[in-house]
Design a protein around this ligand. Structure first.
Ligand code: 13P
Length: 252
């Protein structure tokens, strides 16, 4: 059965001393709560992965990266491979975040390759999909999501599909304070699950955790996570405050 997951995406924030404080305070806070029914994941920038991975060894959380190279290893200046992530103890990796699609031209085909690299190293991909405001207002948002999913992840076998996590992050909700309503989010989550069911079968669809991201915070997380097809969250801004982040993780 699918897991509840709350992952914090720090994006390009915090200097090393603040990152050190933040991850240690997340670890301390987590000791005070029973989070047996949720996987908590901390996704710092690359330079802090070793720090987070070290702290997570004694903590009740997992380490995640925010990106990975689509290439294997070798002469690719500036890139970080899945094998490198694995050697640092990384368990999860975000792929295809809308900021990477928008600012770095990442395509669904790039994302498909990255997912393959991660699965080869037994790192769980958190594959992001989501529509822009224009796409939502034009009423074509489900078609946008369908294409992202079909081109980005449906090349996988049923066994590999069950090893992945999907995050629905409407672009218009990211960093804007305009959270999708629980009904809007549930509609898309149920749609994603129905796509997985059509392509594979219902057993596979029931195994895949689908997270919501976009201005998710300690106030709205409970309502969102109570929806049938919302299995947790991918948290940006609110993951930079340990108390808020833990409160979100305890919202099931
Ligand atoms: P915010 O929670 O800051 O809206 O960011 C969401 C996000 O992009 C997580 O990946």
């Amino acid at each position: 059965m699918r897991r509840n997951i709350v992952a914090g995406n720090w994006k390009m924030n915090e200097l090393f001393p603040q990152a050190d404080d933040l991850v240690n305070s997340i670890a301390e806070e987590l000791h005070n709560y029973d989070t047996a029914d949720v996987d908590v994941v901390v996704c710092p920038p690359f330079p802090y992965l070793e720090l987070v991975s070290d702290v997570s060894e004694d903590g009740d959380f997992f380490t995640g990266a925010q990106n990975v190279s689509k290439f294997e290893n070798g002469a690719y200046t500036g890139e970080v491979s899945a094998t490198m992530l694995k050697s640092l103890g990384v368990d999860y990796c975000i792929v295809g975040h809308s900021e990477r699609r928008k600012y770095f031209g990442e395509t669904n085909q790039d994302i498909a390759q990255k997912i393959d690299r991660l699965l080869n190293e037994d790192i769980t991909p958190i594959m992001c999909v989501g529509e822009s405001l224009e796409e939502r207002e034009s009423g074509k948002y489900l078609e946008v999501i369908r294409t992202q999913i079909q081109e980005g992840i449906f090349h996988l076998s049923a066994d590999d599909m069950q090893r992945c996590v999907i995050a629905y992050e409407p672009v218009w909700a990211i960093g804007t304070g305009h959270t999708a309503s629980k009904e809007q989010a549930q509609e898309v989550h149920a749609f994603i699950r129905s796509l997985i069911c059509e392509k594979y079968n219902d057993d596979v669809a029931q195994e895949v955790s689908i997270l919501y991201g976009g201005s998710c915070n300690a106030k709205n997380a409970k309502d969102l996570f109570a929806m049938e097809d919302i299995d947790g969250g991918l948290i940006g801004g609110a993951s930079l405050k340990s108390k808020d982040f833990i409160e979100i993780a305890c919202s099931f």
